[in-house]
Design a protein around this ligand. Structure first.
Ligand SMILES: Nc1ncnc2c1ncn2[C@@H]1O[C@H](COP(=O)(O)OP(=O)(O)OP(=O)(O)O)[C@@H](O)[C@H]1O
Length: 343
């Protein structure tokens, strides 16, 4: 749906060139929630602003829905932008306008009749959960509510793509989660393709199905979120994965675990996209009559299922334990390693 080919942006100031985006090529499918993550200065903001030409590229092409955005004249670009909504870290609302008037603004510019505007604004207010706030001014709203206005305004012209520039970076964790849930709802209800940039892996983990990691203007790693979590290649990606999963230090504590738990087998379970991990432990206890104690672990949910590691101690009749282990190895996608076999 979106094809980005050899996209570059070089800023020149004081006779110094800065390559903010460096020959970037990507494709994004319809309905994706595509995350772009990178540290400050990696070129994320510039990249996302090149997609709707808030920044003009130095080189390369952007094609959205078969339309070559980078080749459009100003008038056609204005029309094309109605199909590309955008939300911002600092909301960019009009402070002298009410919630209702902010959301109606892009519709006024698009020449939508007053009657249709009102109808559309009210259904958007409903969609983003702002009923009762129609007549409030931005200064009377919380950060999360302001971003809801930003989202409703971005959706006013029924775009097929939504660009999110650090849309949750100014919000507290709870509000961030609520806004991310809203983005997932919108993606599902409206079939909208979402491209979001962030420096927080938590955001990627929670809502994205695809991720690209940017460093020095380039995409250094890309793939579906679970694959990237499981097999991060680049050191920058490994650092981001650690943001969510903690460090490998826990693995160094295995010796301590072994010392502290003298009975039974100590088993490490590695969940790699299993969607039914909740049931796994209770299932093996019930089916094989084994005793299971959970020793330590960290499991996180991605859009493609659970990911993480759990250490358990398994005891009981040796035949039952062997059968339970065989079941996990052969019938589930959970990777199993016996790290201490006391029997
Ligand atoms: N208008 C500009 N003029 C000159 N240099 C710029 C301009 N905008 C961005 N840059 C430079 O381009 C590089 C990439 O910046 P960009 O804002 O895209 O990165 P980022 O990953 O979004 O970082 P942040 O999260 O801090 O915004 C930086 O080195 C920045 O200084």
């Amino acid at each position: 749906m979106i094809s980005i080919e050899g996209l570059s942006k070089i800023f020149t100031s004081n006779k110094t060139d800065t390559t903010a985006v460096d020959n970037l090529t990507l494709s994004i499918d319809q309905g994706d929630i595509f995350g772009v993550i990178g540290y400050s200065g990696a070129g994320k903001s510039t990249f996302v602003r090149l997609l709707n030409r808030l920044e003009e590229p130095t080189n390369g092409r952007v094609v959205i829905n078969d339309q070559v955005v980078t080749a459009l004249n100003k008038k056609d670009l204005r029309i094309a932008r109605q199909d590309i909504g955008m939300i911002f870290q600092h909301f960019n609302l009009l402070w002298s306008r009410t919630v209702e008037e902010n959301i109606a603004f892009p519709l006024e510019i698009a020449g939508v009749s007053k009657e249709e505007r009102l109808e559309r604004v009210h259904s958007l207010i409903d969609l983003v959960g702002l009923s009762g706030k129609e007549q409030s001014y931005p200064s009377q709203l919380s950060g999360g509510q302001k971003q809801r206005v930003g989202i409703a305004r971005a959706l006013a012209n029924k775009p097929s793509v939504l660009l999110c520039d650090e849309a949750t970076s100014a919000l507290d964790p709870e509000t961030t989660n609520a806004i991310l849930d809203l983005l997932v709802d919108i993606n599902r209800q409206l079939g909208l393709t979402i491209i979001l940039i962030t420096h927080e892996m938590h955001v990627i983990r929670k809502i994205c199905n695809q991720v690209a990691v940017m460093e020095n203007g380039k995409v250094v790693e890309q793939g579906n979120v679970l694959d990237v979590f499981l097999h991060p290649q680049q050191s920058v990606t490994k650092k981001f994965v650690k943001q969510v999963m903690g460090s490998d230090e826990e693995d160094n504590d295995i010796n301590q675990l072994i010392k502290n738990n003298e009975q039974g087998k100590i088993i490490r379970l590695h969940f790699v996209g299993e969607t039914t991990n909740d049931a796994l432990i209770s299932q093996i206890i019930k089916t094989y009559q084994v005793d299971v104690s959970i020793l330590q672990g960290k499991i996180t949910q991605t859009q493609a299922g659970a990911y993480g590691t759990l250490f358990i101690q398994m005891g009981g009749n040796p035949d039952d334990v062997t059968q339970a282990i065989t079941f996990i190895r052969e019938q589930t996608s959970v990777e199993l390693e016996v790290v201490r076999d006391a029997d």
